[in-house]
Design a binder for this molecule. Structure first.
Ligand SMILES: [Zn+2]
Length: 110
């Protein structure tokens, strides 16, 4: 794989990882934050908590994929499909940097 293409993907993944870590921290604060004494406001806040938790779960899932992709880069196996071992197309990695499947395996999985 082209080194500069790999480097720019790596930069994007690291940036994304930072964003996700900040967001997950923020979600934690929102969920564990102080609640109002008022009943109707409490109900509203519980709904907000559910939304915030859903965002938190999504972020954690994505963080896992991003971290996994960075590990794969570090191990020199980033462009190798984790399912069939084929080379993953660089265009695909640029479009979906946190994937570990080639287009054929990904479409089978979907
Ligand atoms: Zn594959």
């Amino acid at each position: 794989m082209n080194d500069s293409a790999l480097q720019s993907i790596k930069d994007r993944l690291i940036e994304r990882q930072q964003q996700l870590l900040v967001r997950i921290e923020q979600v934690k604060k929102d969920v564990t934050g102080e609640h109002s004494a008022d009943w109707s406001e409490q109900a509203q806040e519980r709904q907000n908590d559910e939304v915030v938790e859903a965002i938190g779960n999504e972020s954690r899932q994505e963080l896992k994929r991003v971290t996994h992709a960075l590990e794969r880069i570090a191990n020199g196996e980033y462009s190798q499909c984790s399912s069939c071992g084929a080379e993953i197309n660089i265009k695909r990695l640029e479009a979906v940097p946190d994937t570990d499947l080639c287009i054929s395996c990904a479409s089978h999985a979907a």
